[in-house]
Design a protein around this ligand. Structure first.
Ligand SMILES: Cc1cc2nc3c(=O)[nH]c(=O)nc-3n(C[C@H](O)[C@H](O)[C@H](O)COP(=O)(O)O)c2cc1C
Length: 317
């Protein structure tokens, strides 16, 4: 499974574990890197001290390449980036903000920079900003989502048409056959969030993982379109958001949503297992996932399913 992505990161398989707030610490990142993919420490929910601890722990658990994801919408992004640089991190996945903000700075520090995009237009901006690769993330994805609501199936070929740097497809990918589909559409690698959330090594709370095992195809939806769109598991918290969105408009709506969101909903939901009042970010593909294996088992299954898929292709048309 060699591709421009395996070369770029010096990894065995072009499979990246997406950075995920409250879910992707050292244990998950190191397990993915040790299994031949690229593990990512999700800095978005970490202050610099916690981030430092996770980077050092990842280094102690693996001698393979790993990266750090920094969502640029949070105020601590610059501090997180500098903390990771000081500790020798060489791979950065930035997201939720302009690719122009830190790409140049990171490149000057000798880092490989990947930016997450949700549209072909933004992919071109990433190219202009000088990134090494992009993640093209479709509407199916868990967590914060693009306003354009473009599905992975339509996004990847349109990004491929416009840029020639490596593309990592994300959103709705959890099987080897989906990896093969992403490659067929023009991707060079894949990034998975939801599949890795559902592993023994992720720091999602057991209550959340067990609830997610019961998911149906319509158990998630995009909420908070007027502020920061995010794909959530349906629960009391998301029903309350829906009521607010049906009742208010404009500035009043934004104010009410911010009030409702409060401070620790994401931590309480995903990390502490508060299933009704917490925020539960997860992708649409969750309804296909019916187990909570180790990362090594997931990787083995992905590769075997990928090979089986290739052996039954091409289908004669
Ligand atoms: C719980 C959760 C938290 C996430 N947090 C982040 C984040 O902090 N930064 C980011 O760039 N993407 C984040 N994502 C998106 C993932 O990195 C990944 O791109 C996405 O999950 C891929 O789609 P999938 O869930 O269908 O696999 C998050 C996704 C989930 C499920």
């Amino acid at each position: 499974m060699n591709s421009s992505i395996t070369k770029l990161f010096n990894i065995k398989y072009p499979i990246v574990q997406g950075g995920m707030i409250w879910v992707s610490g050292a244990k998950l990142a190191a397990a993915v890197s040790n299994a031949g993919g690229l593990g990512i420490v999700g800095a978005g929910s970490m202050n610099p001290d916690v981030l430092k601890e996770h980077i050092l722990k990842t280094k102690s658990l693996t001698d393979k390449a790993f990266g750090v994801n920094v969502p640029l919408l949070y105020s601590g992004a610059e501090e997180q980036i500098n903390c990771a640089i000081d500790l020798g991190v060489k791979i950065f996945f930035t997201s939720a903000g302009s690719p122009k903000k830190f790409t140049d700075y990171l490149k000057k520090k000798g880092a490989v920079v990947v930016h997450v995009t949700s549209s072909p237009e933004l992919a071109v901006k990433c190219l202009e900003a000088g990134v090494d690769a992009i993640v093209a993330e479709g509407y199916e994805a868990g967590g914060h989502n693009g306003r354009e609501e473009i599905t992975t199936m339509t996004l990847i070929p349109q990004v491929r048409e416009r840029i020639s740097i490596p593309i990592i497809a994300a959103g709705g990918i959890a099987t080897g056959s989906a990896i093969a589909a992403a490659f067929a559409l023009g991707a060079d690698g894949v990034q998975m969030g939801t599949r890795f959330l559902m592993t023994k090594e992720s720091s999602a709370h057991e209550n959340f993982k067990n609830l997610a095992l019961q998911a149906l195809p319509h158990s998630t939806q995009i909420m908070m379109r007027s502020t920061v769109p995010v794909r959530l598991f349906n629960n009391q918290f998301s029903s309350d958001i829906k009521k607010i969105e049906e009742t208010y408009t404009g500035e009043e709506l934004k104010k009410k949503l911010i009030e409702h969101l409060g401070k620790f909903r994401a931590m309480n939901g995903m990390h502490k297992g508060e299933l009704e009042q917490g925020e539960l970010e997860i992708g649409q593909i969750i309804s296909l996932i019916k187990n909570i294996p180790t990362v090594a088992e997931v990787m083995k299954e992905l590769i075997s399913d990928y090979q089986k898929t290739l052996s039954r292709l091409p289908v004669k048309l």
